[in-house]
Design a protein around this ligand. Structure first.
Ligand code: AMP
Length: 218
């Protein structure tokens, strides 16, 4: 049976870091909507240029564009055993669209780990974050520093600070999260799939707590 995991949490809660680790340990592909937009922007595709207008302000890319992009991604062969979704869905409309697209392939959202972190911590987490240019691996100057400053431990590529990790944009992203994405906590709670994970712990401990709620096939 395929397993679909939706990582939920505010920007800076650690969803991306944990989604990468979960993907490595489970062999499920890591699908980050933000990474797909950034790759498109790097290649200067129409989608990337459109998305960047929203991303740079910390706003959400419109639902129709985002839903179509994820739908296409989920039909690729590497998703036949499921996927770890990170950053999608971000609105109730996206969550409903995801339920519909999975129903078409006899799947469903199996588990939604919600990584909970107090809002005060998020700003420090995001403004100190460094991201790898090649594959989006995530580091933090204080909490998860790379062995060599400015270089990704995993693939040796350059680390950079995302344009939208600047403080003013970060504040808007958190606001947008509270208004548009936080309602998904109730949505998935009602569906019986939400699992709360304490996010204000060492990265390894968060990973352990996360792995404990994922129903992996052995
Ligand atoms: P992330 O890398 O998940 O923090 O996403 C970076 C930015 O990409 C967000 O601030 C949005 O502008 C855009 N984005 C990513 N995922 C979505 C989504 N599911 N819906 C709308 N916009 C998104």
């Amino acid at each position: 049976m395929a397993i679909y995991v939706v990582m939920l949490g505010a920007p800076g809660a650690g969803k991306g870091t944990q989604a990468q680790l979960l993907s490595q340990q489970s062999d499920l592909p890591h699908i980050s909507s933000g990474d797909i937009f950034r790759e498109n922007l790097k290649k200067k595709t129409e989608l990337g240029v459109l998305a960047s207008e929203y991303m740079n302000k910390g706003e959400l890319v419109p639902d129709d564009v985002t839903i179509a992009m994820i739908k296409e991604r989920l039909t690729r062969k590497d998703c036949q055993n499921g996927a770890v979704l990170d950053g999608f869905p971000r609105t109730v409309a996206q969550a409903k669209a995801l339920d519909d697209m999975l129903a078409e392939i006899d799947g469903k959202v199996d588990v939604v780990p919600y990584i909970k972190v107090e809002p005060e911590i998020l700003i420090e987490r995001l403004t100190g974050r460094w991201t790898c240019r090649e594959h989006g691996h995530i580091f933090h100057e204080k909490y998860n520093p790379p062995k060599e400053p400015g270089i990704c431990d995993i693939d040796g590529s350059e680390l950079y600070q995302r344009e939208d990790d600047k403080e003013e944009t970060v504040r808007n992203r958190i606001q947008v999260y509270m208004e548009q994405t936080a309602p998904l906590i109730d949505y998935y709670q009602a569906a019986g799939v939400l699992k709360m994970i304490e996010g204000d712990q060492e990265i390894d401990q968060v990973t352990k707590d996360l792995m404990a709620v994922i129903p992996l096939n052995d």
